[in-house]
Design a protein around this ligand. Sequence first.
Ligand SMILES: Nc1ncnc2c1ncn2[C@@H]1O[C@H](COP(=O)(O)OP(=O)(O)OP(=O)(O)O)[C@@H](O)[C@H]1O
Length: 254
Amino acid sequence: MSLLEFKNVTLKFGGVTAVNDLSFSVEDGEVFAIVGPNGAGKSTVFNLISRFYEPIEGSIRYDGHNLLQVKPSGVAAFGVARTFQNIELFEHATVLQNLLVGRHRHRKTKLLSEVLFLPSARRQEIENREKVEEIIDFLDLQAYRDKMISGLPYGVRKVVEVARALATEPKLLLLDEPASGLSVEETTDMRWWIDDIRRQMGITVLMVEHDMALVSGVSDRVLAMADGAMLALGTPAQVQSHPAVVEAYLGKVS
Ligand SMILES: Nc1ncnc2c1ncn2[C@@H]1O[C@H](COP(=O)(O)OP(=O)(O)OP(=O)(O)O)[C@@H](O)[C@H]1O
């Protein structure tokens, strides 16, 4: 069974068809990339999975559930975490505090037991701290754990955003342009982080990315989109050499 399945999904904004009869599925444990020119519909796919947008047609299934019956606030509880193109962290909080916020969905204790700091709340806090420290070690963020986000270099913030998403212990991680704004060296590091997240943590990764070196280096399969529709789907090599993809990127050769 696929972890995520889009079937004939269509979404329009007025006269613009942002996603057009799109069908694809993401298998458990794979790194799956979505590529395409600006306006192709890639972010809209993420916003459909996050339930920010409602399709006008089609179905989206996730882990055996009809995702279209889940409220936007309920998506994280299903184990879907996301990073954003424009990093969304608490600027005036430390790395550690940002990651602890990511643990929110694992809160099992009641507010009263937290206020009274009962044993159950203490256990929960210890568990959260352990998980967050594990992620800090995993992504090599020890040097930044007590630093404010606002003072961190852009490349480190990108990794912290991935860390915050991992703190929720997702089954499916959505990465929105993880390499945008990164140097070549930082992009290479990001490639290894993504590979480790899949291999060592067993998390399925769905990413939107323009950097074809990163896409080819880490993805099992790639979906190329244009004008909301599928152009090609296959291995990175198959997609990059597909005539429709070449034409979308380079223009028709006549
Ligand atoms: N909220 C919205 N209201 C109106 N039109 C929208 C909205 N969101 C997206 N669109 C339109 O839908 C189409 C697909 O946009 P989308 O942002 O999904 O593309 P994209 O592939 O992610 O592009 P980029 O690489 O530039 O981020 C575009 O024509 C865009 O202008």
